[in-house]
Design a protein around this ligand. Sequence first.
Ligand code: GDP
Ligand code: IMO
Ligand code: MG
Length: 431
Amino acid sequence: MGNTVVVGAQWGDEGKAKITDLLATDADIIIRYQGGCNAGHTVVAEGKTYKFHLIPSGVLYKNKLCIISAGTVIYPTELKKEIDQLKTEGTNLEGLRIHPLASITMPWHIDIDGISEDKTAKTKIGTTKKGIGPTYADKVGRYGLKVEDLYDEEALNSKLDNILPLKNKILKEVYGLREYSKEEVLNLCEEYAEIFCPYVFWDWQEVLSEALKTGKKILFEGAQGVMLDIDWGTYPFVTSSNPIAGGAATGSGVGAKAIDEAIGVMKAYVTRVGEGPFISELEDETGKKIQTIGAEFGVTTGRARRCGWFDAVIAKYAALVSGLSGIALTKADVFDTFDEIKICTAYKDKRDGKIYRYYPTNVNTHKYLEPVYETHAGWKSDISNCQSYDELPQNAKKYFARLEELIGVKIKIISVGPNRNQTIILENPMN
Ligand code: GDP
Ligand code: IMO
Ligand code: MG
C-alpha cells in the first residue's frame, strides 16, 4: 500500500477521475502521466460536476501538488480554456504544476489530425481530433517542442529553423494544408509561454526527491485505458501514449520503484468510443439500454459510446500488462433493473471453433471471433445507496465474486454512483 496508479483497464471512460478524486484525499501529490486533452474526466463533488481534460482530477483539494507531467502532450489553447473554466468556478489552482519536459501540441498537429480523420480518410481511427497522434509522432521523431523550449530563445529559434521548413512542405504538399511562418509561430510561442508561466515546475527534481525521501504519498492518474495503449492496445485503433501502469514510471520522473499499487478501473460492462474491434459489443436494445442508463456519451467529443457486456478476457489481459494489484469496479448500479447480466469469459473462432481464453493480440482476427458468455441473474434492486459490502444484494455479490475469480485480482473499490459518497471501499490502496 502507498503510492498508487489509477489506470483505465478497458477502452477509457471507466470512471478513473472519480476514483482519482476519491483516493486523492490521502495523497500529497497527484501526477497525470500521459495523454493530452483527448481525455475527459468527470468528478462529481458536493453536487457539482467538474470536467477535466489535462488538469489532474485531484485539483479540487487544496494544498496538494497537481502535476501535468513529462509524458503528457499539451495544447496550450485548450489548457487555457480549462484553467479559465476552473478559475471561474472558484477552484484554487495554486498547486498546479506543468512539467518543463511536457510536449506541446502545435496548431499543425491539430490540422493534421483533423484531415487524417475527415470523412474521406480511408482508415479512420475515430480520434478526438486533439492532435494527439501527430504530437506524439513528432516527439518520438525528435521533432517536437517541449514546454522548457518556450523560455529559451536560442533553443526555440534553432528548433523552429529545423522544424518549420520540412513541416511546411509536408503540410502543403502532402496534406494540402496551410503553412506557418516563423514569425507567426514565435508569436504563438510567446502566448503559450505566458499561459504556462505561473505553473512551470522548474524545481521538480528537488520537490519530487524530497517527497520520496519524506514519505509523501503520490497518486498517479492515467488517461485512456490499457486497450488504447500504443503498445498493448488494439493497434492501430489506439491512442498514441502508454496509459498502462508502466506509463506512470516513464511519464512522471519518479521511477518504477516508487509505485506500490496499480488499481485498474473497470466498468461492470465495457464501452468504447471511436473505431476498432470490440468483441462483446451489443448492437441491440440491451446495448442501447446500457448506453441510456449509463449516460454513455463522451465528455470530450460528445460522441455516443459503444456498449457491451463485461469482457473478462481483456480484463485479465489488462491485469497482466498493467500489473494490477486491485480493481475499482464502477457503474454496477447501471444494471439495477436488469433481469440478467452476461460476462464474456472467452472468444470462439467462428471458422474452426477454437476457444481463446487469453487475449489474441492480432486485431485482424477479431472479426472472426465471437464472445462466449455466461449468464448471471440480476439483483433487481437499487444499489446506488449501498454504503457497505454487506448491504449489497446477494446476486450483486455473486457477480462481483465471479469477476474477481475470472480476472484473478481483488476488487478493492466498488462504485455505485457518480458521487463521492456512492463508493464502497473494501481496501484503500493508499494506506
Ligand atoms: P474517465 O474518463 O475514466 O474519468 O471517465 P468519464 O468521466 O469519461 O466517464 C465516467 C462517467 O461515469 C462519468 O460521467 C462519471 O460521473 C460516471 N460514473 C463514475 N462512476 C460511476 C458509477 O459508479 N455509477 C454511475 N452511474 N456513474 C458513474
Ligand atoms: P479518458 O481519459 C475514451 C480514443 C478515441 C479514439 C482513440 C484515439 O477520458 O478515458 P486520440 O484522440 O487519442 O488520438 O484517439 O482513442 N480515446 C478515448 N476513448 N476515453 C478517452 O480518454 C479517450 N482518449 C482517446 O476515441 O478511438
Ligand atoms: Mg473519459
